[in-house]
Ligand binder design. Structure first.
Ligand code: FNR
Length: 348
């Protein structure tokens, strides 16, 4: 028997073994040179932690809440497409694992099972990407704002990646996209993404739903300010796991800029490259309220199904709790800016 993974990154190798190359590449890949893909993780490694000692850390509380919904730790599940390519149970397994871990899953618009099917799989707090979510009991809408067009993912082009029919758009848009022998990803994107999406559409969306709206894909203080102005309930600092605009900044390097701009009026969440509990700690020290995890969840699902997703979340949570203890923090409010040192601190 292969040895058990001892950290989240080791699930990637297991997933690679378990999946056809075309699917693994689809999950793992980023846009163009994959500069940002690498930098998302490496930027965390350039931040060091300033631990405080002689603090009684016999009791650590990792719990928090997002938009008023309690979660067991500030680690949530990012929306990612097509979980059924990783495991037949797809998002049903991911949703059950997230619920068992007492955290929130954001269901992707491009999921293999539709909103209603995932809602029926278990009773838990979930967020989704469209207003149709309201009827099925989802608690927030996460509007992805970094996809006016599909980023150029060369592995998918090379592999002629074929996307199965999308369940959430059945009956709404043409779901039969012929790629003429190549990858059909771009054709799918053309039929489901909207390049005209603009700030006024966020105002419109707000007018037709009572659910809070989180904007996912904010990378600048300018847009963070606009998000507050338009009445967003929160922002997610994200570069879409480096699958859209290559050479966009590693997300952890712009969290502070966004946090300063929103001035505590709305929560800031960050995703991209979170692979360690120390990464979660660093994100919180820089002012984020929580992180989302993307690829490791899919790798857990591919390697071991529902159990694998649970294990990935648990590993990150355990590492985060240990980091808190070793840094002298017993609850999330103890984690402050002075607990980390960034490149910028060094050069000032
Ligand atoms: C994504 N992501 C994404 N985001 C989104 O808003 N809607 C979506 O449908 C998808 N689909 C998707 C598929 C796959 C295979 C990946 C890897 C990612 C982006 C995702 O929500 C998140 O921003 C990143 O995955 C975070 O980076 P890490 O944790 O994967 O490094």
């Amino acid at each position: 028997m292969a040895s058990e993974p001892v950290n989240v990154s080791e699930f990637e190798a297991l997933a690679k073994k378990a999946l056809p190359k075309m699917y693994f590449d689809f999950y793992a890949g980023g846009a163009e040179d994959e500069y940002t893909l690498k930098d998302n993780e490496e930027a965390y490694q350039r931040i060091t932690i300033r631990p405080r000692v002689l603090v009684d850390v016999s009791r650590i509380d990792t719990s928090t809440s997002i938009l008023g919904y309690p979660i067991s730790s500030p680690i949530m599940v990012a929306p990612s497409a097509l979980h059924q390519l990783a495991n037949p149970e797809g998002e049903l397994a991911t949703a059950r694992a997230s619920a068992a871990s007492n955290t929130i899953m954001i269901l992707s618009f491009s999921s293999s099972y539709n909103v209603e099917e995932v809602a029926a799989s278990c009773d838990a707090v979930r967020f989704f990407q469209l207003y149709r979510a309201e009827r099925s009991g989802y608690k927030a809408i996460v509007l992805t704002v970094d996809c006016p067009r599909l980023g150029r993912r060369e592995a998918d082009i090379r592999n002629r990646m074929i996307v199965p029919k999308l369940k959430n758009v059945e009956g709404f848009v043409s779901n039969d996209v012929d790629a003429g022998g190549g990858s059909n990803l771009e054709a799918y994107a053309n039929s489901t993404f909207d390049p005209t999406l603009s700030w006024k559409d966020v105002a419109w969306l707000k007018s037709i739903t009572s659910l809070p709206i989180l904007l996912k894909g904010i990378l600048t203080h300018e847009d963070a300010l606009k998000a507050v102005e338009v009445g967003a309930a929160g922002v997610i600092v994200s570069n879409h796991g480096a699958r859209q605009l290559d050479y966009s900044p590693a997300t952890i390097t712009v969290v502070e800029e966004v946090v300063r701009a929103v001035k505590g009026k709305i929560p800031v969440i960050v995703d991209g490259g979170v692979r360690r509990g120390t990464d979660v700690f660093k994100a919180l020290a820089l002012g984020a309220q929580a992180v989302l995890v993307g690829r490791p969840i899919i790798y857990g699902l591919a390697a071991k199904g529902e159990q694998g997703v649970k294990q990935v979340i648990q590993m990150l949570k355990d590492e985060f709790e240990l980091t808190m203890a070793l840094a002298g923090c017993t609850s999330l409010k103890d984690i402050t800016r002075s607990h980390v040192r960034t490149d910028r601190d060094r050069f000032q």
